[in-house]
Design a protein around this ligand. Structure first.
Ligand SMILES: [Zn+2]
Length: 371
């Protein structure tokens, strides 16, 4: 599947091989890190599977959940998603994937926490509802003493005269130093606890949002994996994606200029710039140094009432908006105009190369010259 997507991006197919100008790793890196932001299929798949874990937690009364519980639930140890290993099938596959899933060093179930209301749907020891970890992990010695390991919050805490009281059912009372210390800890944490009479509410605890979303899950999977590359390109929403794409590729020198083609050992007879024929065609010449481009940028400056600027390379063009006086909207508009201009220069160059159409700088302001 990923091969099909790569071929599609670079206009190739199984029969026709095209140059893949940017590595798939970069293509699948987020835009903020200098990539194209295309999701990896593996991430999409895992995030969609993770949604089943969320739904299993939230949809307590759904029929499908009852069916899963009936087949895979049982008297064994509590687990986040019940599964009987002996049964093959799609639920077992889902659980195996999710057990292996780790996002930012945390397992999936650590993102799902409960805001306790009546406390009749939250497992006291196994779900996350007090602090950031489940209580069986926080107080393992107390957990060993617990008689009913699957008890609910409502079974263990009651409203007392001074807040909330713990009502334990132990095999024996806490007696060792560690057990007593854990028990005191539990008492202290309950001091800061508050509950309501509403239903228990499940939240997706990733710091920013409260409801599970596949997009958020995907972005969690990417954090720490994406390698940032230095870049000045900022994607501009008000100009078309194809226009953004040309600037993105140009910044990383990934446009098929004659110079770039020669570097990739493609046989090119003439490496001169098709617009001026005065120098080799490479990115900085084509968009900055070329006489034709120079005329176009002068025209743009007059049209936008900008001071004339001197760019040394393509990065200077991308940062041109920084020196523009005015608010953020003016900068945003100038940033988009620079991208559109880059796109038009590239289009003009392609028309010259492939259709032998020559344009003059004065055509640039002609409404008939449009893409
Ligand atoms: Zn030139």
């Amino acid at each position: 599947m990923d091969r099909l997507r790569k071929n599609f991006l670079w206009s190739g197919s199984n029969e026709v091989k095209k140059v893949h100008w940017v590595s798939w790793e970069t293509v699948t890196t987020t835009k903020a890190y200098g990539g194209l932001g295309i999701a990896k299929l593996a991430d999409v798949n895992l995030a969609l599977v993770a949604k089943w874990a969320w739904r299993f937690t939230v949809e307590k009364d759904a029929l499908w959940r009852k069916v899963v519980e009936a087949i895979h639930g049982g008297r064994g140890l509590w687990c986040f998603l019940p599964v009987k290993r002996a049964f093959t099938g799609c639920w077992k596959t889902i659980v195996c994937w999710l057990e292996a899933c780790c996002m930012q060093g945390k397992k999936l179930h650590q993102y799902i926490r409960c805001i306790v209301g009546s406390g009749d749907k939250v497992r006291f020891w196994n779900d996350i509802w007090l602090g950031s970890v489940d209580l069986k992990t926080r107080w393992p010695y107390l957990y060993k003493l617990e008689k009913n390991k699957k008890c609910f919050v409502r079974d263990r805490i009651r409203r007392g005269n001074n807040g909330w009281d713990f009502c334990g059912e132990w095999y024996r009372s806490p007696a060792t130093v560690v057990e007593i210390s854990e028990f005191q800890d539990l008492g202290e944490m309950l001091q800061n606890f508050s509950a309501s009479n509403t239903d228990d509410k499940w939240v997706w605890d990733c710091g920013t949002i409260e409801v599970f979303s596949v997009a958020n899950c995907k972005s969690l999977m990417r954090i720490g994996r994406d390698a940032s590359r230095p870049h000045n390109m900022q994607w501009e929403g008000w100009v078309p994606i194809k226009v953004n794409m040309v600037s993105w590729r140009a910044e990383f020198d990934r446009l098929p200029t004659r110079d770039a083609l020669v570097k990739r050992r493609i046989n090119i007879v003439d490496v001169a710039c098709p617009l001026c024929e005065a120098a080799n065609e490479e990115i900085n010449h084509l968009f900055v140094g070329c006489g034709y481009s120079f005329g176009v940028w002068n025209y743009i400056c007059r049209w936008c009432k900008l001071d004339p600027f001197f760019a040394y390379d393509f990065d200077d063009l991308l940062q041109l908006f920084r020196n523009v006086h005015g608010g953020k909207w003016r900068k945003k508009i100038v940033r988009g105009i620079v991208m559109v201009t880059v796109w038009v220069i590239w289009k003009t160059r392609n028309e010259k190369v492939f259709q032998q159409v020559s344009r003059q700088v004065r055509d640039f302001g002609d409404p008939r010259f449009e893409g």
